[in-house]
Ligand binder design. Structure first.
Ligand SMILES: [Mn+2]
Length: 410
């Protein structure tokens, strides 16, 4: 992600600002402990750099633009431990910004900008009751005391429109994440056996992804055999896969912080039972019908309402419910969300689709009493004249899945 990619984004961001407003986007802080460093998505989107403990500052004050990047100052004695820090010159050339300062100057600059500032947009997220302040909120805390008149608002509300329309470059990153996830899924189809643990399938997937440059999952992978698939956010992945289980895998690599989000299900013994097939066919039919309706101008609300109708009919056909009102017993979630750097990306739940959006389409039926959960999820790009299914090459037809499994089990 170089300056040619991030510079136009910063220009659009500046144009979204009203007079006497400042944007402060904090990079993630260096993590102690076992986790590798991963960057804040807003910070990466606008700067393109993977360094911890930095701040991007953009303001429109008295109708003049101010823009600085604050980075950590290198400490020569630490270099043998941590390596060299990004220098100011390197930061300038990778971001295309002219003014790079050090973090120890941050509050001095900020204090000089605050008188007259009406609003600060920052990546404070949604404060959660009972949880500690996140890093940006912590950094802005002194300011709230000294300049109580300044409104501090989540930057999500400013950049939602920008981030939900993907550029060609972004779509290419997402396609890579999707393809590597699909390759990993095919490896699983070829290697899974009855009696394996769910985490073994997780390892097969991650091996393929990491060997191809993926540094992290887009989200905690769900590898759920049998009844585990009826727990929507199951992520223990530590059960043994039994003979007649369907394995549900809701998985997505993150490639340069762009996330895939794919769900596939397969029978571990190579063949769906008649009942498993019937449920699978209903979910697949609904998924295809909903994907067909995706085009600019259609709302996510419409997709949800249409799914609910189709689901009611399907569940009655399957003999699971008698009246339409009962359908939430077996289908509890919504059909779609925006996908991008965040797996649940910026974009309102009731948004109207525009060309350049990427959304998931993911109906499911969950029947604990039959130890069966089926969800099928693809990643759909909205285009001028309809849509493109970015994950259409990842097998989901029953005949295809059975053929690959039976070949693998020979
Ligand atoms: Mn999803």
């Amino acid at each position: 992600m170089n300056a040619d990619i991030t510079r136009p984004r910063r220009l659009a961001l500046f144009n979204a600002l009203e007079n006497n407003q400042i944007i402060l986007i904090f990079a993630n802080s260096e993590q102690e402990g076992i986790e590798k460093f991963h960057q804040d998505n807003h910070f990466l989107y606008f700067t393109g750099i993977m360094v911890p403990d930095a701040v991007y500052c953009l303001g429109k004050l008295q109708n003049r633009q101010i823009e600085h990047l604050f980075i950590q100052r290198g400490i020569p004695e630490r270099e043998v431990w941590d390596g060299k820090k990004l220098s100011a010159e390197e930061a300038k050339s990778s971001t295309g910004m002219e003014s790079v300062k050090y973090l120890d100057e941050f509050y001095t600059y900020l204090n000089s900008y605050c008188p007259g500032t009406e609003k600060i947009w920052s990546n404070i997220g949604n404060p959660q009751i009972g949880k500690p302040l996140n890093y940006p909120s912590f950094m802005l805390k002194p300011l709230r005391k000294i300049f109580p008149a300044i409104t501090i608002e989540s930057i999500n509300n400013l950049v939602r429109g920008m981030r939900s329309i993907k550029s060609e470059w972004e779509i290419n990153q997402m396609q890579k994440a999707i393809n590597l996830t699909g390759d990993g899924f095919l490896d699983v189809l070829h290697q899974a056996k009855t009696g394996m643990m769910e985490y073994e399938l997780e390892a097969i997937l991650y091996y393929r992804m990491q060997r191809n440059g993926v540094q992290k999952w887009g989200f905690a992978p769900i590898i759920a055999a049998g009844i585990n698939a009826t727990t929507l956010h199951y992520k223990q992945n530590n059960s043994c896969i039994a003979e007649n289980d369907i394995v549900l895998m809701d998985i997505g690599a993150s490639y340069l912080n762009y996330s895939a989000d794919i769900t596939r299900c397969f029978p571990v013994n190579g063949r769906f039972t008649a009942r498993q097939k019937a449920v699978y066919d209903e979910v697949l039919g609904i998924q295809k019908a909903i994907i067909d309706t995706v085009k600019p101008g259609v709302s996510l609300t419409f997709l949800n309402e249409r799914t609910n109708e189709l689901m009611q009919e399907a569940l009655i056909r399957l003999g699971l419910i008698q009246t339409k009102e009962e359908f939430r017993r077996y289908y509890m979630h919504s059909i779609s969300h925006h996908l991008g750097m965040d797996t649940h990306d910026l974009g309102a739940r009731d948004s109207i689709l525009e060309s350049g959006n990427v959304i998931t389409v993911e109906p499911g039926i969950y029947i604990p009493e039959e130890k069966l959960g089926i969800r099928i999820e693809d990643d759909i790009l909205v285009t001028e004249d309809g849509h493109v299914n970015l994950s259409s090459h990842i097998p989901k037809e029953i005949a295809e899945l059975e053929a690959i499994r039976q070949e693998a089990l020979k």
